[in-house]
Design a protein around this ligand. Structure first.
Ligand code: AGP
Length: 607
């Protein structure tokens, strides 16, 4: 994940910027840079690799200035070179960016037509030139940023400084977090409280869509509509503790809200944004054309990610996929061989059953591929291929951001397999990658349903049993939704394939049983509507999670309809958000220990 810092100071800032960036090293990065303003002019130093290289660059060629911005970059668009390192500049603007600008290509073409000259492969440089183009039109820096922001599509956080403006720094947040820090005659911007901990513990977090104008006297926050708003100022207390809850009540809440950012970084690791093709970060030791069968095994939430992937691998790569939970797989003595690919999904990379299953598959001669969040974990070290999710540290016992990052990795892998087996054309691949590139922004949009879900949770909290129904890739998401609810609220919940309702579970339905139906408007939507009618006919209370078309077509009186943004493919990545939020807010109403639910461990390293 990238990291952003900005200091509007009273003394030299270059070294303070590097020190703040050091606190963001836990996010992972491959280059870094700072820019400051001195005598009205912007100047910068950047370096590939670790911050010590940037520090050496600054020691050799100091950067004066009491206003500056800094950045640690995880390459998304363009290689991790010094030239692609942030800050990106024109003569009049310097900007640092965390996230993805989806429409950078069309903006770049338009700006080049206006005479802009680009020198990097990054999406970020487009932001600098776009703001600059408004300065050329005579707008002030504040007006220029205000005009540019609505034209940027994606999930991102930004910080700007301007030539000739020593008492101005502007920040903007849309999908990736950004905090404002308050000092004594100084003001700061940072990706989180940790970045600011060496400068201040008095901070406020911007809401999605906010942008903030800072000067030495303070800051003025504007919402997406431009209205001046107040954001709560809190004492962060982040200081030494590396990972903090930010301004959330629980780690789980923070991790649900981090998903647009971390899924975006996982996406960027798996695809080449410029060519809009999948670009796996590692070379595979096999050719997908030689693979006859895929076996996916994991535990709990990770197994449901694998379950979703089965649909994608079969659909896009025409590969037969076998699924099993690791605790069963490890003892089944399943026949495996060198034409099998065994995929192991694990957040911790230490789950005993999954590790045992990996060792069994290796002994049988199958290829082994791990999707893990901890690159140094045992499962990672013992697998032939590792595709890492970039969720960052997941503290809440209930897995959320790791799950959606696993889905992102598996979606990209499914496309790569389909392409390698000539089941997908180059045009299919571009189309599907474009669908993936939209996901971080759509996840950020899905988070807007939180207030509605918070109200619904109060009803769910009164229930004894809750059913979750789904078809296709929404079926494993129904299983995940039931697991989320029961593991943190302790309310009994079951997930079913919607078509299974008539084969027994319908006996459970009465007016006290909420039924959560996960149903985007897809080819099987009508079938699910008739399942919902069966539920409604028995007094069951339905909570329908769908999109605008599904909400319009669903001809039953559901208790509540939670409307997701329109999507063409990969719906579980976005529909996971309301499912997670429903479990979270129900647990909050129940007063359980959300981050550390009873009887549970974050990593089950024993059988
Ligand atoms: C998820 O909410 C649970 N905490 C649990 O099911 C977890 O997914 C499972 O234990 C697997 O853990 P892993 O991903 O670290 O292997």
């Amino acid at each position: 994940m990238c990291g952003i810092v900005g200091i509007l100071g009273r003394g030299p800032v270059a070294e303070q910027l590097v020190d703040s960036l050091k606190r963001l090293e836990y996010r992972g990065y491959d280059s870094a840079g700072v820019a400051t303003l001195e005598n009205g002019r912007i100047d910068r130093r950047r370096a590939e690799g670790k911050l010590k290289n940037l520090a050496a660059r600054l020691a050799a060629s100091p950067l004066p200035g009491r206003l500056g911005i800094g950045h640690t970059r995880w390459a998304t668009h363009g290689k991790p070179t010094e030239n692609n390192a942030h800050p990106h500049v024109t003569e009049r603007v310097a900007v640092v960016h965390n996230g993805i600008i989806e429409n950078f290509r069309e903006l770049r073409h338009a700006l080049e037509k206006e005479g802009a000259v680009f020198t990097t492969e990054t999406d970020t440089e487009v932001v600098a030139h776009l703001v600059d183009s408004y300065l050329t039109k005579g707008l002030s820096p504040v007006e220029a940023v205000k005009a540019a922001l609505p034209r940027l599509r994606g999930a991102f956080a930004l910080a700007f400084i301007f030539q000739g403006h020593h008492d101005l720094m502007i920040g903007a947040r849309k999908g990736s977090p950004l905090a404002v820090g308050y000092g004594d005659g100084e003001m700061y911007l940072g990706s989180d409280a940790i970045a600011l901990a060496s400068l201040t513990d008095t901070i406020s977090y911007l809401d999605d869509g906010d942008w903030v104008v800072l000067n030495h006297a303070g800051g003025e926050v504007h919402d997406a509509e431009g209205a001046v708003v107040e954001r709560e100022v809190i004492r962060s207390g982040a200081s030494a503790f590396l990972v903090d809850k930010a301004n959330y009540r629980h780690f789980m809440a923070k991790e649900i809200h981090e998903q647009p950012e971390v899924v975006g970084h996982t996406l960027a690791r798996m695809v080449d944004m410029a060519s809009e093709r999948v670009a796996l970060p590692v070379k595979l030791p096999f050719d997908f054309r030689d693979i006859r069968r895929v076996v996916i095994t994991a535990c709990g939430t990770a197994s449901y990610a694998g379950f979703v992937a089965r649909y994608w691998l079969e659909r896009f790569a025409r590969l037969p996929v076998e699924l099993d939970v690791a605790s069963e797989f490890r003892y089944r003595e399943a026949p495996l061989g060198k034409s099998d690919l065994a995929i192991f999904v694990s957040q911790s990379g230490e789950t005993a059953d999954t590790l045992a299953a990996l060792r069994y598959a290796k002994a049988q001669g199958a290829y082994t591929l791990a999707v893990v969040n901890v690159a140094t974990s045992t499962i990672a070290r013992e697998s032939q291929v590792v595709l890492q999710t970039l969720a960052g540290p997941e503290i809440g016992v209930a897995s959320t951001k790791a799950f959606t990052c696993q889905l992102m990795v598996l979606a990209a892998l499914s496309i790569a397999a389909g392409r390698a087996r000539d089941e997908l054309s180059a045009e299919d691949e571009v189309r599907l990658v474009r669908n993936l590139v939209e996901v971080p922004r759509l996840m950020a949009a899905a988070l807007a349903c939180e207030p509605q879900i918070e109200r619904l949770a109060r009803e769910i909290a009164k229930s004894r049993d809750v059913l979750y129904l789904g078809r296709g890739t929404s079926y494993p998401l129904a299983l995940e939704g039931a697991l989320k609810l029961k593991e943190i609220s302790y309310i009994h919940a079951e997930g079913y394939a919607a078509g299974e309702l008539k084969h027994g579970p319908i006996a459970l339905i009465d007016e006290t049983t909420p039924v959560v139906v996960i149903a985007p408007f897809d080819p099987v939507f009508e079938k699910t509507v008739s399942n919902m009618q069966e539920v409604a006919a028995r007094g069951g209370r339905i909570i329908l999670i769908t999109d605008a078309k599904g909400a319009a077509e669903a001809t039953i009186e559901s208790v509540a309809t939670i409307t997701m943004p329109d999507m063409v493919a990969f719906t579980p990545l976005v529909y996971a958000v309301p499912v997670q939020l429903l479990a979270y807010h129900t647990a909050v109403v129940m007063g359980t220990d959300v981050d550390q639910p009873r009887n549970l461990a974050k990593s089950v390293t024993v059988e």
